[in-house]
Design a binder for this molecule. Structure first.
Ligand SMILES: Nc1ncnc2c1ncn2[C@@H]1O[C@H](COP(=O)(O)OP(=O)(O)O)[C@@H](O)[C@H]1O
Ligand SMILES: [Mg+2]
Length: 224
């Protein structure tokens, strides 16, 4: 199976709708007839449930998948403090490494056509002293989607993030405009980002909508 490269969902910041868009994207891909799984490889701000650490994002992603899989495949690294992953790992005297993430991904990829992987924070978040999200994306051979939370400052954050993703040698397949603020006038910001980014606008997610109408050629562009 696994006929497509994984999609890695990053964002202009934390709390801008990565999880919201990951869930909408999983649903949209399922509506295209694909079997889909999701991952939240590193999660902070976790709670204890039945003696194990769990994260809300990961639980939603687990529930949205086309297949039933163990929680650990979706979220191999979970930490209680709601802080940057490298700091959370330091506090608990662990070190995040890429290998378990790749192993968990391979398990999911064997059962599905495509895996959608939610990042953590924005693009430049460290995962340990040497590595960041770039190394995860490259190890998974993932294609990146940038979720832009539409609010004041989003043009700057969108352009900086896109520039850095490309400079890191990762493939940016496109961006998603996500309406997180019902009072923010989005039209001019979306147009301004569109004019300046080579990567296409893949979808526009309205406030409170879980529907995502994907630009049709996304599937073509992530085919192996
Ligand atoms: N399109 C949207 N419409 C309404 N609320 C949204 C939308 N996208 C995100 N939110 C809300 O904004 C908050 C942050 O979204 P979330 O997906 O958890 O962000 P992230 O994963 O980037 O931290 C959540 O409370 C979520 O329900
Ligand atoms: Mg999230």
């Amino acid at each position: 199976m696994n006929t497509h490269y994984p999609l890695f969902i990053t964002g202009t910041d934390t709390e801008i709708g990565k999880t919201w868009c990951t869930l909408a994207l999983i649903k949209a891909l399922q509506q295209q007839g694909l079997s889909v799984a999701g991952m939240k490889p590193i999660a902070t701000g976790c709670h204890v449930h039945a003696g194990a650490l769990h994260n809300e994002d990961a639980e939603k992603i687990l529930a949205a998948a086309s297949v039933h899989v163990p929680y650990e495949w979706v979220n191999p690294y979970s930490f209680v403090p709601p802080i940057s992953p490298h700091l959370a790992a330091e506090q608990t005297r662990t070190c995040i490494s890429i290998e378990p993430i790749v192993k968990a991904y391979q398990n999911l990829a064997e059962l599905t056509d495509i895996v959608v992987v939610e990042g953590v924070g924005g693009w430049r978040v460290p995962i340990n002293a040497q590595q960041g999200l770039r190394e995860i994306v490259q190890s998974l051979q993932a294609r990146v989607i940038l979720v832009v939370g539409l609010r004041l400052g989003c043009i700057n954050h969108a352009l900086l993030s896109a520039e850095t993703i490309l400079r890191d040698g990762c493939q940016l397949v496109g961006w998603i405009a996500n309406e997180i603020d019902p009072y923010f006038e989005v039209t001019d910001s979306v147009a301004s980002i569109r004019e300046r980014l080579a990567a296409p606008l893949l979808a526009h997610v309205p406030y409170m909508s879980s529907e995502m109408e994907l630009q049709a050629d996304l599937i073509e562009r992530v085919k192996r």
